[in-house]
Design a protein around this ligand. Structure first.
Ligand SMILES: Cc1cc2nc3c(=O)[nH]c(=O)nc-3n(C[C@H](O)[C@H](O)[C@H](O)COP(=O)(O)OP(=O)(O)OC[C@H]3O[C@@H](n4cnc5c(N)ncnc54)[C@H](O)[C@@H]3O)c2cc1C
Length: 772
């Protein structure tokens, strides 16, 4: 979607919007309920001819088209009684939606980030639709890459949410290190999309001089963007009350280079007051696991002498625990502490991804119950925000188990909800659900009876040996798309559920690029993930390529906690190839990712094991590294030798976007054709990228699990970021300095290459090949 392509008339359609409307309590109602009210609406309408056009394709004199999206809604007074209310034109605003909720009710929002790949986008759309239907969030959030790095993709995702799926959407927007033109355009685009909610953020610390856009209009004194409060003021000044504005807050204090005290709520408070007094309507918090810290935070705000927080919505941010590795990384990036008692619970199951996830469901559910208690003192609706990381299973379990999902309309089949939560079978054993309070779930409605019988509509079959009622046959007695079944699918139940949650355990960066969750733990866009002073302290000011060799080697030796591409330490398995990696980096081939070959070790192995404990794991060796272009030409020639065809494959690209790979039909055919002199014919063959499983596990009673694959699309998505990091790093040095020049020149010259060695039985094969 190009920015200029936003034409209201083109975007006001959308068949999906005609069947249901949001209601004030976050549920949806069918159009029959609001049909009677449309007559009065029509009186003001010039173009309202047909029903289907009414909610979204109508213009009214003197009214912005986006303000007429929802005009009438059903207010649920009790499960049995509803009342039709005409809602103000601003009902897309979060504050209005919350105000319309009964006191002591619960609501929640789901946060999504724009996927890195087109396939991830398509899959996320399905996921969003499922989650909207099954979970009924009051609103959804779409993240924004710091400095506007995901501007186009964020708006695309926001469009899907707001216009296609009819979900109240809150678009995140940062203000530092990006042009004012982009800021203005984004706010205008948001209006065109019907978005009424903006989470106004600072983003990365301001480096205005480095990011200055020559074409940007000169800012006036009051338009400098250094803090989120500046953005709140700017939106208010230019758009009045059009947007409902949210701001971020940090229960454990914000970790920032701008103040000398490490993380301190007390330090942040005056600036939080400033944000609210500048016009913020709600506060959304950083993720946390320390409930005591949250309680202190909420009490401090509510009792603050300024009175600024007396009535403002405070929505706690919670992150479902998707995997052990991921929670370690995200808490590190967000500076949220995990109390030791909670960590011990995760440590106890850390070898088994599924158990970690379910223990995480229990932990977050307990936190929610505590928050409900804390918030019950005010007798106002209780909101929760979930950082979904674009995954659905854990959040579905949590929202259902803690009764956050609002009741549905009479049309929606809720009869399948049962009061007791059955034991969850995972890896052949049940997972304890003792600590999940108040869980309820539906009848298992997906599955099949192994006996061959004819399914008859009559509930009592006359020949039970040959006939079965739909419920006996284990088939759906109701349409597959009831709300309860949709939720079951989100929770991974049955065949449909397994398909929907296929990407639930993405391991590491080399997950599956088809997953909406691919690349999820990199934070908000391309970034060094450390502050400028930290970067200078860690990496100094390199002047030669040897200086960069040293940075990489010191990291490998554990002497340096981070490199620009990773702030993580190494797994224990890296020990097996550490000497090879050091040798590679000494050559000036700078490694970013790698793994040793493994030929069938027990999944319980302390170093290489993963997944359920009763299986076997395998790995192909691979290494990904930056390499100078001259060296790459020589290595490329070697890797393209016909005798390498079945031994290795590689993906390689540079900052200019040139791309070459062995792993395509085209290239393989050309290698063969080169050998027999028929190159031109082979060159005409289509380019068919393939997929390389590099980590897989075989477990009793399960299909082979493949948590890590490497393929062209994921490599390309990552490479853009990897080259972007050279620029981010260069920007922290003075313009024209030796270091900046070195880093920029390297970015232009280097290739990023990933070499995979197929012969996993040959442990040192990859390294012998590279060092020959
Ligand atoms: C719910 C949530 C969603 C987020 N979504 C995104 C996203 O989509 N994209 C993204 O890039 N980032 C996102 N972030 C991260 C956010 O951009 C960073 O945490 C950023 O470092 C701070 O943003 P802020 O809006 O809190 O900044 P500010 O409110 O400006 O605060 C930043 C720091 O500066 C201090 N400060 C504020 N004003 C002043 C002042 N006048 N003088 C001195 N010190 C001051 C504050 O105490 C704080 O330590 C999100 C964070 C949260 C909690």
């Amino acid at each position: 979607m190009s920015g200029a392509a936003f034409k209201p008339q083109q975007h006001l359609g959308g068949a999906n919007r005609t069947a249901v409307l949001h209601t004030g309590d976050g549920t949806r109602c069918h159009r029959d309920h609001w049909l009677p009210r449309r007559a009065s609406l029509r009186q003001g309408a010039k173009e309202a001819k047909g029903f289907d056009k009414l909610p979204h394709a109508t213009t009214f004199p003197g009214v912005q088209y986006s303000t007429v999206i929802l005009t009438t809604y059903i207010h649920r007074i009790s499960p049995y009684r509803t009342e039709i209310r005409t809602i103000p034109s601003t009902m897309e605003k979060i504050t209005d939606k919350v105000a319309a909720l009964p006191p002591d009710s619960n609501y929640f929002s789901l946060e999504f980030f724009p996927p890195k790949t087109a396939m991830g986008f398509a899959n996320l759309r399905d996921r969003l639709e499922r989650m909207a239907r099954g979970l009924r969030p009051l609103f959804v959030n779409v993240t924004w890459g710091a400095g506007g790095s995901t501007a186009q993709k964020s708006l695309e995702l926001a469009e899907i949410c707001q216009r296609e799926l009819g979900l109240t959407t809150c678009l995140h927007l940062t203000c530092t290190n990006m042009s004012r033109r982009l800021l203005d355009k984004t706010l205008e685009d948001a209006k065109v999309l019907g978005i009424r909610n903006i989470l106004a953020l600072r983003g990365d610390p301001p480096r205005a001089a480095e990011y200055h856009d020559e074409n940007d209009p000169e800012p006036t004194d009051d338009e400098e963007f250094s803090w989120a409060a500046d953005l709140v003021r700017y939106i208010k000044k230019n758009h009045g009350d059009y947007f409902c504005i949210g701001v971020a807050a940090y229960p454990e204090g914000h970790a920032d280079q701008s103040h000398p005290r490490e993380q301190s709520l007390e330090h942040d408070l005056p600036y939080l007051v400033e944000k609210v007094q500048a016009g913020a309507d709600f506060i959304m918090t950083q993720l946390f696991f320390d409930i005591d810290a949250y309680e202190h935070f909420e009490n401090t705000l509510r009792g603050h002498p300024s009175g600024a927080f007396k009535d403002v919505l405070i929505i706690p941010g919670l992150m479902p625990i998707q995997s052990y590795q991921m929670i370690k990384r995200t808490t590190k990036l967000s500076h949220a502490k995990i109390p030791p008692a909670l960590m011990a619970r995760l440590d106890a199951v850390k070898g088994d991804d599924e158990k970690v996830k379910m223990e995480g469901v229990a932990i977050v559910s307990e936190i929610i119950e505590r928050i409900k208690e804390i918030k019950s003192r005010t007798h106002t609706p209780r909101g929760f925000h979930f950082y979904t990381l674009n995954l659905e299973k854990a959040v579905a379990f949590i929202a259902e188990g803690t009764n956050l999902i609002p009741p549905g309309t009479p049309e929606e089949d809720e009869s399948a909800i049962l009061p007791d939560f059955p034991q969850l079978m995972i890896n052949g054993s049940s997972v304890p659900t003792r600590s999940i309070q108040g869980l309820s779930t539906r009848k298992g409605s997906i599955g099949s009876d192994p006996r061959d019988r004819v399914i008859v509509a009559n509930p009592r079959p006359s020949h039970p040996d040959y006939e079965a009622s739909p419920s006996q046959a284990g088939l759906l007695a109701e349409p597959v798309n009831t709300r309860a079944n949709t939720l079951a699918i989100s929770e991974g139940e049955g065949v449909l559920g397994r398909e929907a949650t296929w990407d639930d355990f993405p391991n590491g960066r080399w997950g599956d690029a088809r997953s909406p969750a691919y690349g999820q733990i990199d934070g908000y866009g391309v970034s060094l993930h450390v502050t400028v002073p930290q970067a200078l302290q860690l990496w100094g000011s390199p002047k030669t390529t040897e200086d960069i060799n040293n940075i990489l080697i010191r990291h490998l030796k554990g002497e340096l906690s981070a490199i620009p591409w990773s702030e993580e330490g190494f797994n224990a398995e890296t020990e097996a190839i550490r000497d090879n990696l050091i040798k590679l980096n000494s050559k000036g081939w700078w490694s970013l990712a790698s793994q040793p070959a493994v030929n069938g070790l027990r999944s319980s192995d302390g170093t290489f094991g993963w997944g359920p404990h009763n299986g076997f794991v395998f790995q192909k060796a691979f290494v990904e590294f930056f390499i100078p272009s001259a060296d790459w030409r020589a290595l490329e020639a070697k890797l393209k030798q016909p005798d390498m065809k079945d031994v290795v494959c590689f993906y390689a690209t540079n900052a200019a976007g040139d791309f070459v790979s062995t792993d395509t039909v085209n290239f393989r055919a050309r290698m063969a054709a080169d050998a027999d002199g028929t190159t031109s014919e082979a060159d005409r063959r289509p380019h068919e990228p393939s997929t390389n499983a590099v980590t897989w596990g075989v477990f009793p009673g399960k299909e082979i699990l493949t948590p890590t694959i490497i393929e062209e699309v994921s490599f390309r998505a990552w490479s853009e970021e990897a080259f972007g990091i050279w620029s981010e790093w260069a920007k922290i040095y003075e313009k024209g300095s030796d270091t900046q020049k070195l880093l920029e020149d390297l970015k232009e010259d280097l290739w990023l290459v990933n070499v995979i060695h197929h012969d996993y039985v040959e442990r040192d094969g990859l390294w012998e090949l590279l060092f020959q």
